[in-house]
Write a protein that binds this ligand. Sequence first.
Ligand code: FAD
Length: 392
Amino acid sequence: MSKDLFQAPDYYQIDDLLSEEHKLVRDAAREWVKRDISPIIEDYAQKAEFPKQIIKGLADIGAFGPYIPEKYGGAGLDQIAYGLIMQEIERGDSGVRSTASVQSSLVMYPIWKYGSEAQCEKYLPKLASGEFIGCFGLTEPDHGSNPGGMVTNFKDMGDHYLLNGAKMWISNAPFADIAVVWAKDETGRIHGLIVERGMEGFSTPETHNKWSLRASATGELIFDNVKVPKENILPKKSGLGAPLGCLDSARFGIAWGAVGAAMDCYDTALRYAKERIQFGKPIGSFQLQQKKLAEMITEITKAQLLAWRLGVLRNEGRATSAQISMAKRNNVDMAIKIAREARQILGGMGITGEYSIMRHMMNLESVITYEGTHDIHLLITGLDITGLNAFK
Ligand SMILES: Cc1cc2nc3c(=O)[nH]c(=O)nc-3n(C[C@H](O)[C@H](O)[C@H](O)COP(=O)(O)OP(=O)(O)OC[C@H]3O[C@@H](n4cnc5c(N)ncnc54)[C@H](O)[C@@H]3O)c2cc1C
């Protein structure tokens, strides 16, 4: 890939809304992405491999559990700092951000919020330092948008639980040390169980042939009569609301992350449009290209403000799930459209790995689908404003 010349767009001086701590955290993540992600990510995406050597760096910039209390090894930051870290990582690559999101919001968050003190002490510090990598098993082959229909289940065998079933499309699965798995008990109620690599009957085959999130490892989780110790159930919350609470936290991070991917595409296209000469002039001087760029910066600015306001509401404990859905849906849609426009501004060069745009574009096809599809988030907004359920 060409040298990373990224300059962050801030058309509405949104930096003025950030604290000194926010800017320090953001700038550290930005520098790390420039130094440790940009030079290698294209190669890893091309060979469809997660760059495991970056795990320590992710931990060092506070990307694993940014808002988890320091006593458990987290960074103890607020929600805006968490969002800014996700923005910067996804500016580099959505797959790398996915690893950080899963670790923070889908593994550390449920252990912190729904786990026992012993579980917090056992797992959170190792997850924060990157010594352990986690994954989150909710989706099943026959239950994606409708996770409540899951068939993965466990039986109480007296001194342990017996877990059976399968999960699909699980980020980090192929190399995860632990999995937070959602399964039904004998009454049909959903619980979270911590399953550790090495438990007999537990396997994690990798999913190949992806054209999207190629630098993120995706796999299945297979449970064939896995004996899970009783102390591994998350005791403080059950029901579908438990995994959905984790998804709120992850979707919030995605709303910020998508802004990062869009900023990178815009910045690349703007620079290219000023340098590329056709018909004796920079292509950025043509009205058609200016329309694209002007609309991009407008949409990025709106998305930045949406993410920032949502961060304020989350810091105050007032953000609703429906507000988070709106931001995830809007910002990912904004980013994918900007990636497509930016790709065109680069002409033929836009399809090559010399530039990040095509990789962002393909990554965003997963981001618009996972953690609730574009359609499902629209239905959540529809339900919220009308009170009428259009899901079934
Ligand atoms: C790369 C990647 C990584 C992922 N990582 C994880 C992970 O770590 N953990 C995890 O648990 N899951 C993960 N997922 C799974 C992801 O969350 C699901 O793919 C997503 O929820 C959609 O489910 P589905 O693919 O089964 O699609 P489906 O639910 O089958 O949906 C197919 C289409 O039907 C539409 N649709 C469905 N229901 C309705 C309705 N009621 N009304 C209108 N339209 C509807 C959808 O919007 C979609 O367009 C990942 C997915 C990908 C691609």
